[in-house]
Design a protein around this ligand. Structure first.
Ligand SMILES: [Ca+2]
Ligand SMILES: [Ca+2]
Ligand SMILES: [Ca+2]
Length: 393
């Protein structure tokens, strides 16, 4: 199974396709074609509907985020990557103007996703030109502004959009099938004559993100594949049955699992954001054997835990590994809800978001965890001399 992003990086919803403006543009073009069959259609200006409120934007740094995915299949259309796909390349770039293998990080049969914001000072009609080898498209605030589809050599397409002053969510999709590759985004702001490269000064992307990558081939949703060829888990071998055990309304972000002697399961959950104390522990009944989601019931045992990443049942007591130590959940009155949270052991913890204690195991009187290293957002280890970064468990 393909490694996922670290839990500290909740997946963002990126793909908002085909907003109202796109639909409007198409219907206007169709009507014009019916009424004036011999007339060349004039370009129609789209309108980006949803300007991004300043308050909704995380801290920014100049540039755009470039993610590249190694799909290794012939491409003549946009690839919809399978959910949770980790890129092969993830880096910040000053502008969108790339040609070489080094720029993209891959050579052929790859998919490119560019994200960030376009911040314009003045409202008005902006023209955009996207030049690519092979296909590409530009979306602002989820609305398609320029489409340059299909497999082809270097080719430009233009489009226009009315923009309000402020931030606009930017997305460029691109793919390279074979031979050369190119991606260039230019614009012509209101009152100017010529297309120029969209400058670094108006581009920004989320600052202080951990850029998680993984090697290997990535998969598109719209390509048929068979299980068992090294692809991320999407289906299982036909000899097995994949069963979803999450009942309606219960979709925990599970970080650890263990069995109780009576056949019930105990799970720990993450909490959903960095450095929170929102982790919980549940007892799950009905999750074994031929059980389905309808058979599953759950009860909360504990809450307010610091990003627990492991859970273990030993001699009648549930233990969880939090960021900073091992906690025993003590039930005094037999109702299976913890009444005391006893710190059973501690280990080095520097308060860094990336420090976790994974994979709680127990054998012959000893507990075992593996600790995640402290990281500076962006990807480097914080301190190579600390016990955590030296790889000790
Ligand atoms: Ca190429
Ligand atoms: Ca090409
Ligand atoms: Ca109790």
């Amino acid at each position: 199974m393909e490694p996922r992003s670290t839990p500290s990086l909740p997946a963002r919803t990126r793909r908002r396709r085909g907003g109202p403006a796109t639909r409007r543009r198409r219907s206007v073009a169709a009507a014009a074609a019916l009424a004036l069959p011999l007339t060349v259609l004039l370009p129609v200006t789209t309108t980006a509907q949803a300007d991004v409120a300043q308050d909704d934007i995380r801290p920014q740094e100049p540039g755009v985020t470039l993610r590249v995915f190694d799909v290794r299949i012939p491409l003549d259309e946009y690839c919809t990557l399978k959910p949770g796909t980790t890129p092969n390349v993830d880096k910040i770039m000053p502008t969108i103007n790339w040609t070489s293998d080094d720029d993209f990080g891959l050579t052929d049969q790859f998919v490119t996703e560019v994200t960030g914001y376009l911040n314009v000072e003045t409202a008005g009609t902006y023209d955009f030109r996207i030049t690519s080898d092979d296909g590409s498209r530009l979306l602002l605030d989820g609305t398609e502004v320029v489409d340059n589809p299909g497999a082809h050599g270097v080719l430009s397409e233009e489009g226009s959009v009315d923009l309000g002053a402020g931030y606009h969510e930017l997305l460029v999709d691109h793919f390279d099938n074979a031979f050369g590759q190119r991606l260039l985004l230019e614009w012509r702001p209101p009152g100017t004559e010529n297309f120029v490269l969209v400058p670094n000064s108006v581009l920004s992307t989320d600052a202080d993100v951990t850029r998680v990558t993984s090697p290997g081939r990535k998969s598109c949703e719209n390509i048929s594949e068979t299980p068992g060829d090294g692809l991320p888990l999407a289906e299982v071998h036909p000899d097995y049955t994949l069963t979803d055990l999450r009942p309606e309304g219960f979709e925990p972000q599970v970080t650890g699992m263990d069995w109780l002697p009576d056949g019930r399961m105990v799970i720990s959950t993450w909490g959903g954001d960095r450095l929170t104390e929102l982790g919980e522990v549940y007892l799950i009944d009905g999750a074994s054997g031929d059980g389905t989601a309808e058979d599953v019931t759950y009860t909360k045992v504990a809450e307010n835990l610091t990003e627990p990443m492991g859970v273990k049942y030993v001699d009648g007591t549930i233990y969880v590994s939090e960021k900073d130590g091992l906690t025993a959940l003590i039930d005094n009155d037999g109702d299976e809800v913890a009444d005391e949270y006893d710190t059973f052991a501690t280990w080095p913890f520097g308060g860094n978001y990336h420090e976790f204690a994974f994979g709680l195991l127990y054998e012959d009187g000893y507990f075992y965890v593996t600790t995640g290293i402290a990281m500076i957002p962006g990807g480097n280890s914080l301190d190579r001399s600390s016990p955590r970064t030296a790889g000790r468990s």
